[in-house]
Design a protein around this ligand. Sequence first.
Ligand SMILES: NC(=O)c1ccc[n+]([C@@H]2O[C@H](COP(=O)([O-])OP(=O)(O)OC[C@H]3O[C@@H](n4cnc5c(N)ncnc54)[C@H](OP(=O)(O)O)[C@@H]3O)[C@@H](O)[C@H]2O)c1
Length: 259
Amino acid sequence: MRMEAQARAALITGASRGLGRAIALALASDGFAVALAARDERSLHLVAAEAKSAGAPDTLVLAGDLRAPEEPVKAVEQAVAQFGGLDALVNNAGATARGDFLALTDEQHLDGFALKYHAMVRFCRAAWEPLVTRKGAIVNISGIGAHTPEPGFTIGGPVNSAVINFSKAISKRLDGPRVNVVSPGHIETDRLSRRIDTYAEGHGLTRDAAKEAMRGELGIAAYGQPDDIANMVRYLCSRDAAYVNGACFVVDGGATPGI
Ligand SMILES: NC(=O)c1ccc[n+]([C@@H]2O[C@H](COP(=O)([O-])OP(=O)(O)OC[C@H]3O[C@@H](n4cnc5c(N)ncnc54)[C@H](OP(=O)(O)O)[C@@H]3O)[C@@H](O)[C@H]2O)c1
């Protein structure tokens, strides 16, 4: 990968752990200053320290609940004020409830959209002009539930599909930053860990046995690691991806059954 000429700045949501943390550290090691958004301030400071060690010239912690309509504008304004501009926006924060749709409430549906869809739209709007100025990039994190609907994932799947549809739509404006999507498969983060625990409980298995049984059912040779996603995001934020726009990249170890 080519070395970037000047220090650039990125804002990453859901950066306190999991994929967001890995993405922040990958961009830091590419020389980006990183603004880290999520609720858990203490974890964000720990990630900021790791980002500094990885090579970030500057860091900014943005602690807040991103479901609140005013948070994205505030976060972007603070990042632009501190870094002097913005080159990359990674919308990664997401938390959608699983379960049978007959049991899921309106509140759970609205909550799933509030964070992963509406906050993403607000971040894209708030960061649009700064990203135009720097000829920057947006990467929105979706998920393979968008491509393969499942009866137990009737909030996350539609939210992820909406993320892809919106991303493609704004990429067609052609006046703005490049806009791409990454759809992760089954990646080992807290989120997957909770899913394995639920599977173990539901099937009366030990955690290790549940992890292995679930892997078999999912049709993958191994679970993915956060860096598998971070590596794709860092490429999409780099100038090597200058001609990549309006695309969706599935990074799932082959889990998706169709083409
Ligand atoms: N891991 C996978 O296998 C997988 C697969 C497909 C798609 N994805 C997608 O990838 C993204 C990251 O997943 P992950 O596995 O890294 O999840 P995770 O470990 O649960 O992390 C979620 C991140 O979102 C933040 N967040 C949650 N609620 C928030 C809120 N209300 N306001 C601000 N930040 C909030 C969390 O920080 P705080 O708790 O500190 O706020 C955390 O940093 C999600 O959009 C998920 O749908 C993941």
